[in-house]
Ligand binder design. Structure first.
Ligand SMILES: *[C@@H]1O[C@H](CO)[C@@H](O)[C@H](O)[C@H]1NC(C)=O
Ligand SMILES: *[C@@H]1O[C@H](CO)[C@@H](O)[C@H](O)[C@H]1NC(C)=O
Ligand SMILES: *[C@@H]1O[C@H](CO)[C@@H](O)[C@H](O)[C@H]1NC(C)=O
Ligand SMILES: *[C@@H]1O[C@H](CO)[C@@H](O)[C@H](O)[C@H]1NC(C)=O
Ligand SMILES: *[C@@H]1O[C@H](CO)[C@@H](O)[C@H](O)[C@H]1NC(C)=O
Length: 427
């Protein structure tokens, strides 16, 4: 009898725990092995790159109002074609934000940027869209840019981390529309290739000149780049332990140990570059792919399954287009990613400008081709729900009334276990 009572109570408690955990933790995008998960389902990120409206001047310093109507239009397009996510750029090279003093140190955030980013993620949430904020970009790196200073000098990097990054991440951590922090777009645009170093984590001999990395000709040592990425990854994880962090890799060549390549962003190498910080790792990987001449090369992501790269984390194809797609259509690309082990696909881009980009109707056909899919043995759920009425917990401490309900249930569950052990002890 007693044993039975104990078992029943434990089961009830476990149910409470599972339920609470499911409701609370799973309201935010999470990682489970190689899968992205949300609300207890495996999910697939399907969407467009917004990238920017006014390059490097969309958030902060009173600029957001000019970009906002275009941003909302793109979100509507994503939502109406059955997409669930958007990738947008924040500081780029530090042209507009954060605030720097004349020696290149970050003094803080301007009074608008947090409000702008909060508005952006809430607008996204209301359309069941998750946001990938991309902070920096090495696709263009000008000499003397603010970004260059942060890449070369620890003291400047720390001024960014303490005065801007941590406050920004802290301010946004309760927003359910926030999906992923991407520290930098295409670090390979500015790192020195063909460098043989004693420490294998900083070796770049797995990249060859004809592949085109370091196109900015800035020759930044990988060690400095990993310092930049790893310290920010740790800062984000410490300001918000559930946050997902990544970087947008130019191709698959820097995220795999297969195919005679080396994963530059392994946990081990990020940890090393940070000086051993516990939060210096990525939660997932993101790679870009465009055709070479008129074709995809044999190991490009739309030619192989994600398993070929053998990475232990989710892998999103974060930039691609039909226009530079080796003859594949946008629906074929989205469907390939969905069915071949990837965790997401973001086409380039909402402005539809530039020779690599698709126009929006093409991308709508792409997103539309996998809308409503929910095959848990493939990419998972696409039509996610994050606007279900659970408000974001206010940073000032306000708790949603339904959270209180779950806390009480949780407490009752714990009390149940306590009772069980008392009964067990007595008998
Ligand atoms: C942006 O627009 C809102 C609403 O019209 C207005 O209240 C606000 O002052 C504007 N912000 C700036 C920086 O112009
Ligand atoms: C910029 O900030 C740094 C760090 O606080 C400080 O050492 C430097 O003197 C400042 N430069 C100027 C021009 O104020
Ligand atoms: C794939 O990666 C795992 C470690 O994550 C490793 O144990 C395994 O050997 C790798 N597979 C191949 C084929 O290299
Ligand atoms: C998502 O799509 C599935 C499959 O078509 C459908 O059954 C489900 O109702 C949709 N869910 C939402 C939240 O729209
Ligand atoms: C990830 O999803 C696959 C199905 O695509 C499933 O077999 C696997 O168990 C999941 N892994 C984890 C750790 O949830």
């Amino acid at each position: 009898m007693v044993g039975c009572y104990g078992r029943v109570n434990s089961v009830v408690f476990l149910l409470f725990l599972c339920f609470c955990d499911r409701i609370a933790a799973q309201r935010f995008l999470s990682v489970s092995g190689q899968n992205l998960t949300l609300n207890g389902d495996k999910v697939f990120m399907s969407g467009m790159n917004q990238a920017w409206y006014i390059y490097a001047n969309d958030f902060g310093n009173g600029r957001y109002n000019a970009s906002r109507p275009e941003f909302l239009k793109a979100m509507d397009e994503i939502h109406e074609s059955g997409g669930n996510s958007v990738r947008v750029w924040v500081h780029v090279q530090g042209e507009n934000t954060p605030m720097f003093n004349s020696s290149g140190y970050v003094t803080g955030l301007d009074p608008y940027i947090i409000g702008d980013m909060t508005d952006y993620v809430r607008q996204a949430q209301s359309r069941n869209i998750l946001v990938n904020f991309c902070l920096w970009s090495c696709a263009i790196l000008q000499t003397g840019s603010h970004l260059e200073g942060l890449l070369y000098e620890d003291e400047k990097l720390f001024s960014y981390i303490n005065n801007a990054l941590k406050p920004m991440v802290g301010a946004l951590k309760n927003e359910r529309g926030l999906g992923i922090w991407e520290i930098m777009n295409e670090p390979a645009g500015c790192i020195e290739i063909g460098m043989k170093t004693e420490e294998k984590c900083y070796d770049t001999t797995t990249l060859y000149p004809w592949e085109g990395a370091d196109w900015t000709k800035k020759h930044i040592p990988l060690e400095r780049m990993l310092r930049f990425l790893s310290l920010q990854a740790d800062a984000i994880h410490s300001a918000d332990p559930k946050a997902l962090v990544t970087t947008g890799s130019w191709t698959y060549r820097t995220i795999t140990d297969q195919l005679n390549r080396r994963n530059f962003y392994s946990d081990e190498c990020l940890r090393l570059a940070s000086g051993g910080l516990p939060g210096a790792y990525f939660d997932l990987y993101q790679i870009h792919t465009y055709q070479t001449l008129f074709i995809y090369l044999p190991h490009d992501p739309f030619k192989v399954s994600a398993s070929v790269y053998n990475v232990s984390k989710p892998l999103i194809i974060g930039e691609f287009s039909q226009n530079q797609g080796g003859g594949m259509t946008s629906p074929e690309q989205f469907t390939w990613a969905y069915e071949h082990g990837y965790s997401g696909a973001w086409s380039w881009d909402a402005l539809g400008s530039g020779q690599a980009a698709d126009d929006v109707p093409t991308q709508e056909r792409g997103m539309g081709s996998i809308k409503d899919r929910n095959d848990q043995s493939k990419g998972g759920r696409v039509n996610i729900t994050i606007n279900d009425g659970y408000t974001n917990r206010d940073p000032e401490g306000f708790i949603d009334i339904r959270d209180i309900f779950w806390i009480i249930l949780n407490f009752l569950g714990a009390f149940n276990v306590f009772l069980t052990s008392v009964v067990k002890t007595l008998l």
